[in-house]
Design a protein. Structure first.
Length: 445
């Protein structure tokens, strides 16, 4: 990443690929076109100014000759016979000082060219300056009978429509750039299509073949992505079939054991075995939740308050849950069963490790963030990435923050991703873990 002092280029560059490409294409073309126009204009103005200065010197020499003749007064308004220039000539002394002096800016090419040409062409000593904001050119020149102040309308020395050249040059550049942008957008479109396909596959997990279009490199990337989609989908299908089979095979003997335990006399040993069987059934249920395809469920509009009230109600009898919502009546579009399992799982596991749970919401223009905080032990920052991994236990206890199988957080995260959102872990304001579920308010279907 290039840096210009403390200004990073990424802060001034557009975020989209198309506009970045357009910027990279247009900027040097317009800069080069403008530079060439300026170089040409400065040279052309300089040539015109030198020609006008030569004519001006010739006229001054003529007036000097006329001033030597008796009976001719040149100290008045004069129009030379050839009507080249109109000016005013006044005699002054050496102490003359003008209060109206205009200094041309660096982009005033016409005035700078006139000043340079006159100073080079006029006999020395001389002085050239502008007044009336550049509309009048003033020349002080030494004559054998005195000092003359010559005031000339600047336009009569040099009148150039150079700005029209720049405008026409830029218009021509924009026309060709517009044509280039049309072709460039066609080249960028397959890349945008590839990015959208990746987002859809991320949310749904269903392979959606993308049309192979564009340049050779883009076509190769699209073909590789299509093959990758199929491979991942086949892998997920195999995993689902395996876990479904294993879960079914385990549930059958567990059901048989539960029936046999129910026929035995009740004792401490049998109660312990029944609890073990229930734990195994819960674990198998977690596996089934993990492999369940939530993307097929239809989305519905649910009130945020109603959704969370239903989730926390079963836990409020044994735990302190502080539910503070700023917009409880606001509706969100979610897959109801999948989202209930996702949020219930977070609340359940927070209750397993904390005395107090705090739930709040944060709304923005495009997003809703549901924040779950507790006062439990939390998860160390260095282990939070591991906690997002399936079949991983973030703690050392037999019952971790996200259940006994290490799938709870992974299930919740996958559900949030299917909704186009994000699940993040952080530090709670109350000393425990913070789980933030961010959901888009205008999700793509």
């Amino acid at each position: 990443m290039l840096h210009i002092r403390n200004i990073k280029l990424r802060k001034v560059m557009p975020s989209s690929l198309l506009w970045r490409a357009i910027t990279i294409l247009v900027t040097p073309i317009l800069a080069l076109q403008l530079l060439l126009a300026i170089v040409y204009i400065k040279g052309d103005l300089q040539r015109q100014a030198e020609n006008s200065a030569s004519k001006l010197v010739t006229n001054i020499e003529l007036l000097e000759q006329l001033a030597d003749l008796d009976g001719i007064n040149v100290h008045s308004h004069h129009a030379l016979p050839n009507n080249i220039m109109s000016w005013n000539i006044s005699p002054i002394d050496s102490s003359f000082h003008s209060d109206d002096s205009y200094s041309p800016a660096w982009w005033a090419f016409r005035l700078l060219a006139i000043e340079d040409a006159l100073q080079k062409t006029l006999p020395q000593p001389n002085k050239v300056w502008f007044s009336l904001e550049g509309q009048q050119t003033n020349i002080i020149t030494q004559h054998k009978k005195g000092i003359w102040l010559i005031e000339i309308d600047t336009k009569t020395i040099l009148s150039s429509k150079w700005h029209f050249l720049i405008v026409h040059s830029l218009i021509g550049s924009f026309v060709f750039v517009a044509l280039a942008v049309l072709f460039l957008s066609n080249q960028v479109r397959p890349i945008i299509r590839l990015a959208r396909g990746a987002e859809i596959f991320k949310r749904s997990g269903k392979p959606t073949p993308i049309k192979v279009r564009g340049a050779r490199e883009v076509r190769r990337a699209t073909e590789a992505f299509n093959e990758m989609q199929e491979s991942i989908a086949q892998l997920l299908k195999t995993r689902t079939a395996m876990l479904t089979s294993v879960s079914h095979d385990l549930r059958t003997p567990l059901t048989r054991l539960r029936l046999e335990m129910a026929m035995l006399p009740e004792s401490i040993d049998t109660q312990g075995m029944i609890r073990d069987i229930e734990d195994m059934e819960d674990t198998i249920g977690t596996y089934i939740d993990y492999i369940r395809d939530n993307s097929q469920e239809q989305k519905e509009d649910l009130s945020l308050g109603e959704l969370l009230f239903d989730i926390v109600s079963p836990f409020e009898t044994k735990h302190s849950i502080n539910l503070h919502l700023s917009q409880p009546e606001q509706k969100i579009k979610v897959r109801p069963n999948a989202m209930r399992r996702c949020l219930t799982n977070i609340v359940q596991n927070a209750c397993d490790h904390a005395e107090h749970i705090f739930i709040s919401d944060k709304w923005s223009k495009n997003e809703l963030t549901i924040i779950f905080e507790d006062d439990g032990p939390g998860i160390p920052e260095e282990k939070r990435d591991e906690a997002l991994t399936p079949f991983n236990r973030a703690g050392k206890t037999s019952k971790t923050l996200y259940g006994t199988s290490g799938l709870g957080l992974s299930i919740s995260r996958d559900t949030v991703i299917i909704h186009g959102g994000e699940l993040t872990l952080g530090n709670s304001r109350y000393g425990g873990l913070s789980v933030a579920v961010t959901l888009p308010l205008h999700p793509h279907e």
